[in-house]
Design a protein around this ligand. Structure first.
Ligand SMILES: [Zn+2]
Length: 258
């Protein structure tokens, strides 16, 4: 358990880190689509630019949450509205960092969980916006979980983490193979297998089926709500990535199991 100053410091660090995650969400998919083996230098250089018009940002336009609020959600240069995703990612990362330190204390376990949440938040928004789940992120999440379990920083044993990763990959792969045989097109993307494998490494094999069921239920509810709002029937296979549902379901097990 972290104390109040530690939790407060973690939340501020999370807001700042969230600002960097927004850059990753904006630039990583573009870099991958251009070149699958693209160097990640693009995430650090050039410095922060406006997503709309590419203008360089002044330091005061780059303060997490505050800049977005002060500018009224609009770009300071071209005045176009900036997606609320920017402030949302910063706030979520701030809360995730604070939660990690609150629950696991200031130490390696708390930091490892903060990093895990940062990757999950980034994957959530990248998949939502581009239908991509970059290997660099899903595999980083997988290896971080396996290493943390091997070194005893997770509540599950290393064997459980390895079995979780294997089952997390194989179960959706097998479901997809059956689906493909019947429907002649994929039900899941390969990124979904790696994402569920990563959650398996963090939560163990026993949570794989519950996560998959949870994701399907969340997916059906969201599709139902979207259909009502849009007043048209939305099919399971169209227009929605599965990754965000997997992430929502997986995170609820991480938070619920803490
Ligand atoms: Zn602009």
């Amino acid at each position: 358990m972290g104390n109040f100053p530690e939790i407060f410091a973690a939340s501020v660090l999370g807001l700042i880190f969230g600002s960097f995650l927004n850059v990753v969400i904006h630039r990583l998919p573009k870099a991958i689509l251009k070149d699958a083996d693209a160097s990640l230098n693009c995430l650090l250089w050039p410095g922060s630019t406006a997503p709309c018009c590419g203008e360089k940002l002044y330091w005061y336009e780059n303060i997490p949450v505050i800049s977005w609020l002060v500018l009224g959600g609009n770009c300071g240069h071209c005045k176009k509205p900036i997606t609320p995703r920017y402030i949302l990612v910063e706030l979520l990362t701030g809360v995730a960092f604070a939660w990690s330190i609150w629950v696991y204390g200031l130490g390696i376990t708390g930091s490892v969980y903060a990093l895990f949440f940062a990757m999950a938040i980034t994957l959530f928004f990248i998949d939502l916006e581009t239908f991509l789940l970059p290997d660099r992120l899903t595999l980083a999440m997988l290896w971080l979980g396996l290493s943390a379990a091997a070194m005893g920083y997770l509540p599950i044993s290393p064997v459980d983490a390895i079995l979780g990763a294997c089952l997390g990959y194989l179960l959706p792969w097998a479901i997809n193979a059956v689906y493909y045989a019947v429907r002649k097109h994929d039900g899941f993307g390969g990124g979904d297998f790696k994402l569920l494998a990563a959650f398996g490494a963090w939560l163990g094999w026993a949570e794989i089926v519950p996560i998959l069921c949870g994701a399907s239920i969340i997916g059906l509810i969201v599709i139902g709500l979207v259909s009502i709002v849009k007043r048209e029937r939305l099919l399971m296979s169209q227009a929605l990535p599965f990754g965000p549902f997997l992430i929502l379901s997986g995170l609820s097990f991480v938070i619920g199991g803490a």
